[in-house]
Design a binder for this molecule. Structure first.
Ligand SMILES: [Zn+2]
Length: 240
């Protein structure tokens, strides 16, 4: 894939000769085969994020021609559950375009009933093989959950209800840590908590066991723009 990037840059460098038209670039989009399994999908996300973090995004799959092709149907290669935070737009963070990612965004990347429904839709009808739960540094929803743990939450009913979806995943945190350190640890703990709840679904269990799908966790760093994929604790994917 890196090679394709170079190829495209190379093409653009020769654009002065007017040999490269918009149609040629659209064609480059079209020949870009979708990942065929979860490992390839994860690799595509990692290399896309590396491009983004270096400031070298290629913004593929955004041409008029590509969008027209997508009117016939979608074949996203990954499903990503992430936060609504305006600083974490998933397509930009992974340098992907139209039709690439099935994106479920909700404050705190929590597992609510309709979130499960969206993820289930992606599995059952779009057949995405890779599922990513992505939290991010300085998450407001997670910060509110930490404040709730510390007995300092002062939010109206619906925000409090959202926070109550996060706090069960934070029970093992060391509350003697500073508030900032707690928030950092809580972001990752909340990612694992959402993964655990997804993995417990009977349908997910079956597919995970048969290795037909992969479920991974990640944390986005606001400063560097990098996505760190977190280690999955033993047993989590077994639904324990
Ligand atoms: Zn957030």
């Amino acid at each position: 894939m890196h090679g394709r990037h170079i190829t495209r840059r190379g093409l653009m460098l020769t654009a002065g000769s007017a040999l490269v038209s918009g149609a040629a670039l659209a064609h480059a989009d079209e020949v870009d085969a979708a990942p065929s399994n979860a490992d390839e999908a994860l690799e595509r996300l990692k290399t896309g994020n590396a491009r983004f973090a270096r400031g070298e995004s290629i913004h593929r799959h955004q041409s008029h021609e590509w969008r027209k092709r997508l009117t016939k149907g979608q074949n996203p290669f990954a499903t990503i559950l992430s936060c609504s935070d305006s600083r974490v737009p998933v397509e930009l963070v992974f340098d992907q375009g139209f039709g690439d990612l099935f994106s479920v965004r909700i404050a705190g990347n929590i597992i609510a009933e309709d979130v499960v429904g969206s993820v289930q839709y992606a599995a059952r009808h779009l057949h995405t093989r890779l599922f990513v739960v992505m939290g991010h540094e300085s998450c407001g929803a997670v910060t509110a959950a930490v404040d709730a743990l510390l007995g300092k939450l002062d939010e109206p009913e619906h925000i409090a209800a959202l926070v109550r979806m996060i706090t069960p995943g934070l029970t093992n945190l060391d509350r003697k840590k500073s508030r900032n350190a707690l928030i950092t640890a809580a972001v990752e703990a909340n990612v694992l908590w959402s993964m655990r709840q997804l993995a417990r679904m009977p349908e997910a269990q079956k597919h995970l066991r048969e290795k037909r799908i992969a479920l991974v966790g990640a944390v986005y760093d606001l400063d560097s723009g990098t996505v760190r994929f977190v280690e999955t604790p033993p047993g989590l994917l077994d639904g324990k």
